[in-house]
Design a protein around this ligand. Structure first.
Ligand code: ZN
Length: 479
């Protein structure tokens, strides 16, 4: 009997503590006044459509980027946003980058910085429903490469500036806008890198930096039927590791096993079926708390009592590719090479493993993990590219609070939270200039829409064009 009481107490006491904590921490939804409707939405949509027609495709290979397209794009922006061009445009000290400065009412306050990129990834006509560089407006969407990533952000920022100028209004503080030309070239150094250097020479630091990033995501977590606006407060790191193996070549009619290719294939398979240790980083802990405060009870209980529920959360997150990437460093094979003839055994075979590092994890840890998983002395590892995880921006403080309030104003249904960005953006290039770097794209969509980014049939709903302009107008007023 006593034993039953003890067992019951072991189960019930944590449960009771968890329920009380959940009830105390859960927040009631509060109403925030909506911003005024945006005038001239059709005109903004038209500008975005036009912006897409410039093939501002950036390329890693020297000489492959058609800079003429960037020159034409800049000329178009000058025509489409004449007041920005006349009053705000600054001389860029680097080619093909665009910088604007909008003096605010309070010139003593530390300025803010809005960033976006002009360049896009390539697109081939044959895979698209509508041509990728045309002015298509169909089914309520603007279609085309860059419609979402990142010309929406760029056009919406300029439109917000232009609308304020038309009404002879000023933002609350001074705002800069900077549009680099090579964000899509991983590790590019002509765009944001040079803009950040120019800002440094100008002696500028910023109170808040907003770059592209998380969206107002529909169906982000099962069981929560409100959209979740996810604001990136840190970015994962990046490693490309080359695996290589050399063995006897010979003719394929008299094969000697195992081959170099076989060994590489075995290594790749081993990496695919291995997992690195899961961990809740600070941005993800903050995300769970923010979502928990506004989630329905069972999920609120789960997210607000990590001391009790962490193992279960790790298990649930591990099942979804997006959520799994939030809790662990991931490594995946992306390229493989063997012989270039069907009847020749390759002397050397290789593969590239792409790793995305959680904040706090290191290159050394990853190499140690990969070596242990491969467990083959004949397979050598060398790092081809490495970028450490970004710094973490604070999830408390005035700048973040104002950003959250602005998001709630434009997307009143959404739960707003910080999160960890899985991809890399230009934002990391400005780390020396700003402590409060946030990554958010003011558009509401489901995963299937987000997945069109860098893929065929990229598009943006016209409602989102209006929302994006409303968001930037509200931000200029609030911060
Ligand atoms: Zn982008």
């Amino acid at each position: 009997m006593f034993l039953i009481f003890v067992l019951l107490a072991i189960v019930l006491i944590p449960l009771a503590i968890g329920i009380v904590r959940t009830l105390v921490l859960k927040r009631k939804h509060y109403e925030i006044p909506l911003p005024a409707p945006i005038p001239a939405t059709d005109r903004t949509i038209e500008k975005l459509q036009h912006a897409i027609t410039f093939k501002t495709v950036s390329s890693r290979e020297e000489g492959k980027t058609d800079w003429d397209q960037f020159i034409q794009f800049a000329t178009y922006l000058a025509e489409a946003f004449p007041l920005c061009e006349k009053h705000l445009k600054l001389e860029s000290q680097s080619d093909h980058n665009l910088i604007y400065r909008f003096a605010g009412e309070d010139t003593t306050a530390l300025p803010g910085l809005l960033t976006a990129h002009q360049d896009v990834v390539s697109a081939s006509d044959d895979q698209w429903t509508y041509p990728p560089f045309a002015k298509t407006l169909e089914e309520g969407y603007v279609w085309g490469r860059g419609s979402f990533d990142c010309k929406l952000q760029l056009i919406a920022i300029l439109e917000a500036f232009e609308l304020l100028l038309q009404e002879s209004k000023k933002p609350k503080r001074t705002w800069y806008a900077a549009f680099g030309c090579d964000e899509e070239v991983n590790g590019g150094n002509k765009g944001a890198t040079l803009i950040a250097e120019q800002f440094e020479r100008m002696g500028l630091t910023f109170s808040l930096l907003l770059d592209e990033g998380g969206v107002v995501s529909e169906n982000y977590i099962k069981g929560i039927n409100r959209p979740i606006a996810v604001v990136g407060v840190a970015e994962k790191g990046y490693i490309d590791t080359l695996l290589s193996c050399s063995r006897e070549a010979g003719h394929s009619s008299t094969p000697l096993m195992p081959t170099a290719l076989g060994k590489i294939a075995k290594a790749v398979t081993a990496i695919e079926s291995s997992k690195q240790e899961a961990r809740l980083t600070k941005p993800v802990q903050a995300m769970l708390r923010n979502i928990g405060e506004e989630a329905p009870f069972p999920l609120a209980f789960l997210f607000l009592n990590l001391w009790l529920t962490k193992p279960l959360i790790m298990l649930i997150f591990s099942k979804s590719p997006t959520l799994n990437a939030l809790i662990r460093t991931t490594s995946v094979p992306t390229m493989i090479e063997g012989s270039d003839k069907s009847n020749v055994i390759a002397l050397t075979s290789s593969a590239v493993i792409n790793t995305r590092l959680l904040p706090g994890d290191t290159q050394e840890q990853t190499l140690k993990h990969l070596k242990a998983v491969i467990a083959d002395e004949e397979v050598s590892l060398s790092v081809r590219r490495y970028e450490e995880p970004s710094k973490e921006s604070p999830t408390t403080g005035e700048a973040f609070d104002q950003l959250k309030a602005t998001i709630s104003q434009v997307f009143p249904e959404a739960i707003v939270t910080s999160y960890l960005m899985l991809g890399a953006t230009d934002a990391r290039k400005y780390q020396q200039l700003c402590q409060h770097i946030y990554r958010f794209t003011p558009a509401q969509m489901g995963r299937s829409e987000v997945n069109r980014m860098h893929a065929p049939d990229e598009r943006i709903h016209t409602d989102n064009v209006e929302k994006a302009v409303a968001f930037f107008l509200a931000l200029l007023k609030n911060w």
